[in-house]
Design a binder for this molecule. Structure first.
Ligand SMILES: NC(=O)c1ccc[n+]([C@@H]2O[C@H](COP(=O)([O-])OP(=O)(O)OC[C@H]3O[C@@H](n4cnc5c(N)ncnc54)[C@H](O)[C@@H]3O)[C@@H](O)[C@H]2O)c1
Length: 219
């Protein structure tokens, strides 16, 4: 099952999955709203319950402390952090019944090192702490909880942030100096890490924070 607030995007991904011979149920929902979360977990329960949860939805707040309004802060915390807390709550209820489960939370390098957006950093750092707390609490139920910290990844979000930061080619050139691989990452490179964490190949991995950042945080 795939969940997103963007119905068109969800339909398009469903068609792509089908074109590759797979199947996917798309549910339009706002992951910052506990009622909506509860509804799509009811649907998941009817489909046999959740085995793997990948928390990927997020929004950027590319603003400095002094420019961040209360509205910006609330949206950022609701979509980036509260969503992860409550989806984990509902997923873990189903996983406990099954006696196993895997959760992968998508944080960011902004949760590990200082960034241009303290609000975004606070939410993404919160995901890392939440991941460790849940890994500690629910490992006894055979539920593993890990998180990924991507560096800059070539997605619409990165394009918006770069535009916000100035002339795009100059911003790219400046930011790439912090990337030892001299490029930004691709969505597939994050997805492959999520697949590894979802699989038994990572069966002893629990509470881990894994940078996927081309060496950005190693510098
Ligand atoms: N792109 C990067 O450079 C980068 C770096 C580090 C971390 N991340 C994280 O990776 C994740 C994916 O980001 P992306 O770059 O693909 O961003 P994106 O903006 O391209 O995609 C984000 C997706 O989240 C969905 N979404 C937003 N608000 C939602 C809500 N309230 N309910 C349900 N769905 C909602 C959007 O519709 C969209 O499909 C995010 O958590 C982001 O913070 C991205």
């Amino acid at each position: 099952m795939g969940v997103d607030i963007d119905e068109e995007g969800g339909k398009s991904i469903t068609e792509k999955v089908q074109a590759f011979g797979g199947s996917m149920t798309f549910v339009k929902a706002d992951v910052s709203n506990e009622n909506e979360i509860s509804t799509f977990f009811d649907i998941a329960q009817e489909m046999g319950g959740v085995d793997v949860l990948f928390n990927n939805a997020g929004v950027e707040v590319a603003k400095s402390l002094l420019d961040t309004s209360e509205e910006d802060w609330n949206k950022n915390i609701d979509v980036n952090l509260k969503s992860v807390f409550f989806t984990c709550k509902y997923a873990i209820q189903q996983m406990k019944e099954k006696g196993k489960g895997v959760i992968i939370n998508n944080s960011s390098v902004a949760g590990l090192v200082g960034s241009f957006s303290p609000a975004y950093s606070a939410a993404k750092g919160g995901i890392i702490a939440l991941t460790k707390a849940l890994a500690t609490d629910f490992g006894q139920y055979n539920i593993r909880v890990n998180c990924i910290c991507p560096g800059a990844i070539e997605t619409p979000m990165l394009e918006r942030v770069i535009k916000f930061q100035g002339e795009p080619s100059e911003v790219r050139e400046r930011r790439l100096k912090n990337y030892p691989l001299a490029r930004f990452g691709y969505p597939d490179e994050v997805a492959q890490t999520a697949l590894f964490l979802a699989s038994d190949d990572s069966s002893f991995g629990n509470g881990a924070t894994i940078p996927v950042d081309g060496g950005f945080t190693a510098k």
